[in-house]
Unconditional design. Structure first.
Length: 572
């Protein structure tokens, strides 16, 4: 029923395909009757003209049926491909609405598999429904009706055979369905392994772990193959059972029909017609058995697709505030608590960041630094407590407007395949070349353009593979600066820069009259900040200037001491 709204848009194509397939089936049902006439009239009376006329009729039925089938095939493709395209568009749109909790739960590999492979299964099921499934019931019912028209007692054999086959098909379907669900999950796992291996191929080679990863891949594909073989064996029972039952029915028809011919109850042509109708039912059931396998796969895919479409983001866009109003208090945390997968990450955070301040955040691995800034972007929502931007609750801001005024540079630099210009303009599609160069200058990436013949049109490979880590970080910083944000968040985004470049970057950032939040593992990167937040196991153990923290905060003292030599010389 959920799928019907997608088919509705292509209902005329589906109806046309369905009608032409029924017309083709109707022509096919006429063939045994024509054959019966040839036997009972043409051959019996040795009327060659009658046989020729009926033979031409059969040829005409075949040509007309072929043309009807072509029309059905075309419109079935239009419908199935159209529905698949619309499904993918809606899934992609929904995925882009997801918050980070959704994306953490439904990982990238499973989303890709559902977006590609699962939709293909639905497309195939729709096409087969129009092309084959619509025909099979019509052929079976039509054959039964015409068989009853010829001989009621013999037609009862058809009904008994059909009931037995229906029970067998239902049993096989019930047994097979769980296997198809498992197969799709195995495909997700295989996609994950491939993705991880391709992304980490250099690390894998550096540690000479290719054989280990190959064996892991082989193990997963073998498990998937074993399930496929197992369900294939179950599905393979359909055809033998179908042939067996139908052929037994044909033998019974010939046996009892022959007796009727002997007593004059039926003609030889009518017996041939009954056998042909039984064969038509056989072919229809074989088709239906094969389509049933497609339906089983599509059923599993259907569940997975609508899981994507029906998963709603936890972060709701209330959209009340679209324009930022300047306030002295730029960001305020009030007793904020945050948990991830039922594990507490941040505990009772309370602090205020004034407009235009530069705030440093430091702490050990897993202290909650990235989690803190992810709350400012509303990538996640707090478990309790409140965050305010310019004295307004963050949840009342329109999400697009909120993120439009926040320049965020993630911990791991991510670039798209394309030109330098296209990458930086993600921050502002309307930015001029002058604005792009100015952002690159601040980010210490101007030479990346000036040293290249193509300048801003220099091609960046997928994921920035033709750039160093430091170059990628500088481009992502420039991308955030082009937005001209009111708040700039740098999540350990200068870790790949040398100390000299990092220093020059900080000097340029000082000139910007915006609120800046800098996460760093280096004390040298945040020493000059107006205030520094020191996190320890999700709690704030210090929030002050560098000089004061060196007096009062033991955690900060330990971090500083670990990064500086005994004689006091800084790395910088």
């Amino acid at each position: 029923m959920k799928l019907l709204k997608y088919i509705k848009e292509y209902r005329f194509s589906a109806i046309i395909g369905f009608v032409f397939k029924i017309a083709e089936a109707a022509l096919e049902l006429m063939v045994p009757l024509v054959m019966a006439d040839i036997i009972d009239i043409g051959i019996k009376t040795n009327d060659k003209n009658y046989i020729l006329m009926k033979g031409l009729t059969l040829v005409g039925l075949a040509i007309a049926g072929y043309l009807f089938a072509l029309v059905c095939q075309y419109y079935a493709s239009v419908t199935s491909q159209g529905v698949g395209t619309k499904l993918r568009e809606d899934m992609y749109h929904q995925i882009n609405r997801y918050d980070h909790r959704n994306l953490d739960k439904l990982s990238a590999p499973t989303l890709v598999t559902r977006l590609v492979n699962d939709v293909v299964q639905i497309q195939l099921a729709i096409a087969m429904t129009i092309r084959l499934t619509s025909r099979a019931p019509f052929i079976m019912i039509g054959s039964l009706v015409l068989a009853f028209f010829i001989s009621g007692p013999l037609a009862s054999i058809f009904i008994i055979g059909a009931v037995i086959l229906a029970v067998i098909m239902l049993a096989i379907t019930v047994v097979s369905m769980p296997y198809f669900n498992n197969i799709q999950k195995k495909l997700d796992r295989i996609s994950l392994i491939v993705r991880e291996n391709l992304n980490g191929i250099r690390v894998i080679r550096a540690f000479a772990s290719q054989n280990k990863e190959i064996n892991k891949f082989k193990s997963q594909t073998k498990e998937q193959k074993d399930i496929q073989v197992k369900v294939g064996r179950i599905q393979a029972l359909l055809n033998p059972f179908t042939y067996l039952i139908v052929n037994i029915a044909i033998v019974l028809i010939i046996y009892f029909g022959g007796r009727e011919v002997n007593v004059g109850g039926l003609s030889q042509g009518e017996i041939i017609a009954l056998v042909n109708y039984m064969n038509s039912i056989l072919l229809a059931l074989i088709v239906f058995a094969n389509v049933l396998s497609i339906y089983n796969k599509a059923g599993a895919s259907y569940t997975r697709i609508f899981k994507v479409l029906e998963t709603e983001p936890k972060v709701k866009d209330l959209g009340k505030i679209e324009t930022w109003h300047s306030s002295e208090n730029c960001i305020e945390f009030r007793n904020v608590n945050f948990a991830y997968n039922q594990k507490n990450i941040l505990h009772n955070l309370s602090f205020i960041i004034k407009k235009g301040e530069t705030i440093g955040i430091i702490g050990g691995t897993g202290a909650g630094k990235s989690s803190l800034v992810n709350l400012i972007n509303r990538f996640y929502d707090t478990v309790s407590g409140e965050i305010l931007i310019n004295d307004q609750p963050i949840k009342e801001y329109d999400l697009h407007s909120l993120r439009e005024d926040i320049g965020f540079v993630p911990q791991y630099a991510s670039l798209i395949s394309g030109t330098i210009r296209e990458n930086i303009q993600l921050g502002n599609q309307q930015a001029s070349d002058e604005e792009l160069m100015n952002a690159l200058k601040i980010a210490q990436g101007k030479e990346l353009v000036e040293d290249k013949i193509a300048g801003l049109d220099t091609i960046i490979e997928q994921g920035g593979k033709n750039l160093s880590g430091g170059q990628k970080q500088r481009l992502t910083i420039a991308r955030a600066l082009v937005k001209k944000p009111q708040i700039l968040i740098l999540d350990d985004s200068s870790s790949a820069l040398d100390y000299g470049t990092d220093y020059q970057l900080r000097q340029e950032l000082k000139k910007l009259d915006i609120t800046k939040i800098i996460i760093s593992q280096r004390t040298s990167s945040i020493e000059q900040a107006d205030k520094i937040i020191v996190l320890y196991h999700g709690e704030i153990v210090g929030f002050d200037k560098h000089e004061q923290l060196m007096k009062d905060c033991q955690i900060y003292q330990e971090i500083y001491a670990s990064q500086h030599s005994k004689d006091g010389d800084s790395h910088e």
